[in-house]
Unconditional design. Sequence first.
Length: 226
Amino acid sequence: MTTEVVPSNEIAKVAAERIADALKAAISASGSASLALAGGTTPRAAYEALANIWGIDWSKVSVYFGDERAVPPTHPDSNFAMAQAALFSKVKLPEANIHRIEAENPDQEAAARAYEALLPARISVLVLGIGEDGHTASLFPGSPALNERTRKVLPVIGPKPPPQRLSITPPVIEAAAVCIVLATGAGKAEPVRRALKDALDIHTTPSGLARNGLWLLDPAAAALLV
């Protein structure tokens, strides 16, 4: 576990730098990199900053998503639509390298199995957020998906609309080469403390799955770690 406490107005820039460094290192080591994205306001700002960083060979980066709501790719609630506007449209990322979750498919099980077939065995750089309830990706407290040890992607139900979603499972998070968790605001302080300091209980605080990652926090989110 590594934590960095960063001023709120700098967290997007620092997150972008950490993501870029990890992508460059993966490309240098193996010739390619995989990047899995989170949704949310803080990640969006990080992706916008990432688009301005020089030196990433985007032709060697394959992009995936940690979760997606069951909406079309142009819907305002779509993580893909957000990433398209914040990042994909601004960098030289080949369209064939973008792997969106086809969560609008009415057959959620088929969509989940199709997406897990696309995922690499180990994601180079996994970006996650954390909710005020302690969830990450679309793994919410008490979700049966938290018990999964074989499947990589499952249909899940979230507590807020739209409820139907697809999410990566614990083994995907645990296997990621680099996991970067972004959290800002006082509302995240309690779940951050539980995820990083309490006895690990992923059923009450699913974000604890990323405990060994790099946590980028603003002072408000880090307030209870002392």
